[in-house]
Write a protein that binds this ligand. Structure first.
Ligand SMILES: [Zn+2]
Ligand SMILES: [Zn+2]
Length: 263
């Protein structure tokens, strides 16, 4: 009887219902998302495609030519060297990133940074890179949000791998709408065109670069960043993101890809 009115009161003063599953969250846990939902995050483990990092079946990895390249990368080689993602972009991370970016819940900055540091790709290390470049926000959006989530993740990787972060090289010069609001890939590609500029190109010549972003969906943003960086002739441009969709087209469906983890 008491809990009937006490529960809404607690929820009012403390955000106790999980945003994802609506179960109550205990005091002392990360607010807004319950421990059960955090445990549902699907971390990406090898064997994976050497290029795009998508998990490949263990059987495929054993029988395929070495290094393992997925059918998508064979058909359409990505413009970057390799991409690694810590996890799939599924409800828990989608909610956590949304709470951080669009609802200003800064508590998730620390939490997502810790997740990134705990799940750095095992086939890469700080020795592979000279510079970390976070995907920048336009200054207007930065002023509004007061942080850039990609920069926070880059700082997290920097402290784990001891590689310098440079946020003065890749700049966002066009304030686009959020690409996540656009459904079609041509629309995304057209919108992001010309969004970036490169300063101090001489400082990245022959350097091994790692681009860092929070989410990889269709790749439109990363492709455009790589396109503007390439004329400066860096030795490599790899990509590291916290999470990615299952398919390169931003689709979560697993149909149609030859080398997909069988679950
Ligand atoms: Zn939950
Ligand atoms: Zn691939």
């Amino acid at each position: 009887m008491i809990t009937k009115w006490i529960e809404p009161l607690i929820t009012f003063i403390y955000p106790a219902a999980c945003r994802e599953c609506r179960h109550m969250i205990g005091i002392g846990q990360v607010p807004y998302i319950c421990d059960e939902c955090w445990a549902k995050i699907e971390w990406i483990e090898p064997p994976w495609c050497q290029r795009c990092g998508i998990p490949v079946g263990a059987h495929d990895a054993l029988t395929a030519n070495s290094p393992v390249i997925c059918s998508e990368c064979l058909a359409n080689p990505p413009p970057f060297g390799k991409l690694r993602a810590a996890a799939f972009y599924e409800p828990t991370l989608r909610e956590a990133i949304h709470l951080l970016k669009y609802e200003g819940k800064r508590v998730f900055a620390k939490h997502l940074i810790q997740l990134m540091q705990r799940h750095l790709p095992g086939d890469s290390s700080g020795a592979d890179y000279d510079l970390l470049l976070p995907i920048p926000l336009h200054k207007k959006r930065y002023r509004k949000r007061r942080f850039n989530q990609s920069e926070l993740l880059a700082i997290a990787v920097s402290s784990a791998w001891n590689v310098a972060v440079r946020k003065d090289i890749l700049l966002r010069v066009k304030n686009t709408v959020a690409l996540s609001r656009l459904n079609s890939q041509p629309e995304r590609v057209e919108t992001i065109k010309g969004a970036f500029d490169v300063r101090f190109p001489e400082s990245i010549q022959d350097k091994h670069l790692l681009l860092i972003d929070d989410i990889f969906t269709t790749g439109a943003t990363i492709d455009e960043a790589v396109r503007v960086l390439q004329p400066a002739n860096p030795a490599t441009i790899d990509v590291l993101v916290l999470c990615r969709t299952r398919m390169p087209n931003g689709n979560q469906s697993s149909n149609g890809r030859q080398y997909l983890k069988q679950s």
